[in-house]
Design a protein around this ligand. Sequence first.
Ligand SMILES: C[S@@+](CC[C@H](N)C(=O)[O-])C[C@H]1O[C@@H](n2cnc3c(N)ncnc32)[C@H](O)[C@@H]1O
Ligand code: SF4
Length: 381
Amino acid sequence: MAGVYIHVPFCKQACHYCDFHFSTQMKKKGAMVDALVREMELRKNELGDEVVETIYFGGGTPSVLELHELERLIQAVYDHYKVMDNPEITLEANPDDLVSSRAQSRDIFKDFRKIGVNRLSIGIQSFFEEDLKLMNRAHNAQESEHCIEEAVKHFDNITIDLIYGIPGMDHDRWKANIQKALDFGLPHISSYALTVEPKTALEKLIQKGTVPQVDDDQAQEQFHILVELLEEQGFVNYEISNFGKPGYFSQNNTAYWQGKTYLGIGPSAHSYDGLSRAWNIRNNSIYIKQIQQGVLPSEKETLTVTDRYNEYVMTGLRTIWGVSKDKIAKEFGQDYANYLEHQSEKFIDRQLLFWEDAILRTTQQGKFLADGIAADLFFLE
Ligand SMILES: C[S@@+](CC[C@H](N)C(=O)[O-])C[C@H]1O[C@@H](n2cnc3c(N)ncnc32)[C@H](O)[C@@H]1O
Ligand code: SF4
């Protein structure tokens, strides 16, 4: 069982906070699609007999691609790998691409369905103009709502992204954002705390004093508001940033958190085969050039047992599946299980972690702190 992730490294406009890999120069879009198809061909033996269950277009902004380009990429997955019947095919889309006149003229939602896309992930971020402006999003508040109104006519499996902890967004505006999302009756929401990444425009604006500092306490409180409001409505917070109604958890992300194999195609994409990780170069021109020459522009690292233990603890604590002591003993050795038990004691005393049937999980209070707690449980060689 495996997933294929395809990175589409183009955006119309750079959001102030984002350090994902993308270019706002669209000139190489055609050559990039050729290269993505060629990379799949070059790596056609990597999945062996594993069956692809999920195909995920991430970015960047996959919705900037033309329909025939997306169709070609999906076809390439079918050409080079074994794909199950009716796989989950997710497309990340930005609101402005979904409601532009170009989108309407081509009946974009029907087109997506026609080529097999069955899950849409829409980058709303906020329903309020002030927040969208501060983040330099390419869409406005009206488009945030309008694209969902249109999307629900064609898709039931829709998720939206929302960002909290935005400077100037008080708790009332955050609650109003969540309420608007709930009013659409969507089955899934992903929500992230705004992080100030090094060298982004946001970091510079904060340094200059143009934008206020991000307040960690505000973010933590807004996370708890989010959990409370969504759980009340039947959402399961199955991973720190992900909330789904039963039956609507992202199969792609779930596979990733459960340590299944995935193949990452495109510049900056990561791959995992159970024993090693590989990552492609974060540069469009070099990526295209090397692929054209039949060379894979990637680096690979074989994971040690300690790396695998550390990764399992990190992802396990972020999810409802938690960290299994028995699995650790079986897969990594009893020493690791003993270490986990000993290291976790202080967090159990502080009611940030708890054991249930030999599974270690975060409490409601510990959830937002999961990454920091996990770092303390890491085994250092
Ligand atoms: C990299 S984007 C790709 C999808 C699409 N381009 C979009 O903007 O929605 C995926 C998500 O990551 C989140 N994200 C990226 N950088 C972030 C940051 N610095 N802080 C919080 N969330 C971030 C945003 O919510 C965004 O929707
Ligand atoms: S958040 Fe999305 S649209 Fe904005 S720059 Fe990042 S990838 Fe592009």
